[in-house]
Design a protein around this ligand. Structure first.
Ligand SMILES: Nc1nc2c(c(=O)[nH]1)N=C([C@H](O)[C@H](O)COP(=O)(O)OP(=O)(O)OP(=O)(O)O)CN2
Ligand SMILES: [Zn+2]
Length: 145
């Protein structure tokens, strides 16, 4: 029986976007209490950093888990083309009824990458830095509610 080493490859992209944290499930008063300054009616902006990690065997023939050029291509389509320089709430249909928290931005990116990666089963983690201090990761896990 043969075995292959398992590698993790990560690529980073940065995008700028604005948004407003406002839940349709809460009253205006509740939104102010929950989101504070982030509920500002005219929104606010971030310079987001996204780290996407693929996990898989280091293939003997190529020496790679996946060609980073392929990851770069998929991230351009699934992240940059749809989120960079956008108003998340108004320009991205997914966020019409989904609050544009960094958790949900991470889930959106994960879902979109699975549609555009040549080998979506390699997707291991999406990590989004909303600010230098606020960082959220999603690994495609769900919990039955
Ligand atoms: N669980 C989450 N909490 C919060 C989110 C989020 O996406 N998920 N988002 C926000 C706001 O969007 C807000 O913009 C965060 O910015 P801010 O508080 O200014 O960021 P910092 O903590 O880095 O800034 P300080 O310098 O520490 O004030 C809020 N919560
Ligand atoms: Zn914000």
């Amino acid at each position: 029986m043969s075995s292959k080493p398992v590698g993790y490859i990560t690529r980073i992209e940065k995008f700028s976007a604005c948004h407003r944290l406002h839940s349709p499930f809460l009253s205006n008063e509740e939104n102010v209490i929950v989101y504070g300054k982030c509920n500002n009616e005219n929104g606010h902006g971030h310079n987001y950093t996204v780290e996407v990690t693929l996990r898989g065997p280091v293939e003997e023939d190529t020496g790679m888990v996946e060609n980073i050029t392929e990851l770069k291509r998929a991230m351009q389509i699934a992240i940059m083309d749809v989120l960079d320089h956008k108003n998340l709430d108004k320009d991205v249909p997914y966020f019409k009824n989904v609050v544009s928290t960094t958790e949900n931005v991470s889930v959106f990116i994960w879902n979109n990458l699975t549609l555009h990666l040549e080998k979506p089963s390699l997707l291991y983690e999406v990590k989004v830095h909303e600010t230098d201090k606020n960082i959220i990761a999603y690994r495609g896990e769900v919990i039955e509610a």
